[in-house]
Write a protein that binds this ligand. Structure first.
Ligand SMILES: Nc1ncnc2c1ncn2[C@@H]1O[C@H](COP(=O)(O)OP(=O)(O)O)[C@@H](O)[C@H]1O
Ligand SMILES: [Mg+2]
Length: 365
């Protein structure tokens, strides 16, 4: 849908902002450009809607060279969202959203009706429509910015650090909203951020750029975290990438093992090793410690509290949490109804992660 072919941008002062970069963005996906400040993200993005012209190379949108499109027409098919939303301060929220459709000939009433629908779509209450941007919170302003970019129903959305100015909690809400919108609308989104967490959360694919506008790696989040292409990417994605990556790896390959179990109310005698206690519905209640001697029927007071439980098929992060938090070192795996299935060790979880490592798809695709 969007393709950069050997694109280079050298500014008049000699700064090379983008260096011979090739990249293609799949239709209907969210692709993220991530990298430190000044690495050329904004420059690259603005070449898509011709706010900046490349020094050499070609940018294609929907298979057509953007140089052959009239800039005004091109921009009608490309929504653009920036940090601080860039709203018109003297227009109401509703009129901000309706502006572009009105400019392109939609009758004002129809444009306002559509604008009201869009506010709802981005999760804003209708009554905000009559307010001015300064009367909204930062997060609300960003939502208006997204609604405005969607107003002309463009197939492509460019988003340049749209959520960077809002606090982390609000930002997560906005990210969720974008993922939901994307599910619903299937736009092609090119999203710029300097935040690797945001990049891996949102991107179907993530392009990591480094200073001078070099493409360091272009890969799915999972592959990026599993196999950084070089030292730059390694340090950029951070040392905790192994752990972060667990959120993406599903649990195929996890083989829960049987552990010794006992039911509450049964006789244990002396426990030789860690024994998992279950209730009448086979739900884990805690552990009997090795060496513990239980007189008569086992009751809950004799148990050592268990760690977190891992529900089958959830992301592997939960399995590692379960193993690391259990007094026995055995993470308890349960089914969807909370019934005991088996146990896993942290080593086993880490082995499964190793097995999941696939060859990294690098460079262009
Ligand atoms: N109009 C311009 N003239 C000269 N240099 C520029 C201009 N715009 C950006 N730059 C430089 O180009 C590089 C890339 O900038 P930019 O694309 O804004 O990076 P990012 O969005 O990744 O922070 C930076 O070194 C920046 O200073
Ligand atoms: Mg920028």
């Amino acid at each position: 849908m969007i393709e950069f072919r050997s694109v280079r941008k050298e500014y008049d002062n000699g700064t090379v902002a983008v260096h011979d970069l090739s990249l293609s963005v799949r239709e209907g996906s969210i692709t993220v450009l991530v990298g430190p400040s000044g690495c050329g993200k904004t420059t690259l993005m603005r070449m898509v809607n011709r706010m900046i012209e490349p020094t050499s190379g070609t940018v294609l949108v929907g298979g057509a060279d953007v140089r052959r499109s009239d800039p005004a027409r091109l921009r009608r098919g490309i929504g653009y969202v920036i940090q601080q939303a860039g709203l018109f301060p003297h227009r109401t929220v509703l009129d901000n959203v309706a502006t572009v459709p009105v400019l392109s000939g939609t009758p004002r009433r129809a444009a306002r009706t559509r604008a009201a629908e869009l506010l709802e779509l981005v999760g804003l209450p209708q009554e905000l429509g009559g307010r001015y941007p300064a009367q909204l919170s930062g997060g609300q302003q960003q939502r208006v910015g997204v609604a405005r970019a969607l107003a002309a129903d463009p197939p492509v959305l460019l988003m340049d650090e749209p959520f960077s100015a809002v606090d982390p909690v609000v930002r997560e809400g906005l990210q969720d909203e974008l993922l939901r919108l994307q599910d619903e609308l299937g736009k092609t989104v090119l999203f710029v951020t300097h935040d690797i967490d945001e990049a891996v959360r949102l991107g179907e694919k993530v392009a990591v750029l480094r200073q001078g506008g070099h493409l360091a790696q272009y890969a799915a989040p999972d592959d990026l975290l599993a196999g950084p292409a070089d030292d730059f990417v390694t340090s950029f994605v951070g040392r905790d990438r192994g752990y972060r990556r667990l959120s993406f790896v599903t649990a195929d390959g996890i083989r829960p093992q049987p552990a010794p179990t006992v039911h509450i109310g049964q006789e244990v005698g002396r426990a030789e090793e860690w024994v998992l206690a279950l209730d009448g519905a086979d739900r884990p209640r805690g552990w009997v410690a090795p060496g513990a001697v239980v007189d008569g029927a086992l009751d809950e007071d004799s148990l050592v509290a268990g760690g977190s439980l891992y529900t089958e098929n959830a992301p592997l992060r939960g399995a590692l949490d379960a193993a690391l938090s259990a007094p026995s070192g055995l993470g308890v795996v349960v089914d969807a109804e909370g019934r005991y299935v088996g146990v896993v060790t942290a080593e086993h979880v880490l082995d499964v992660i190793e097995d999941h490592r696939r060859p990294v798809r690098e460079g262009q695709s």
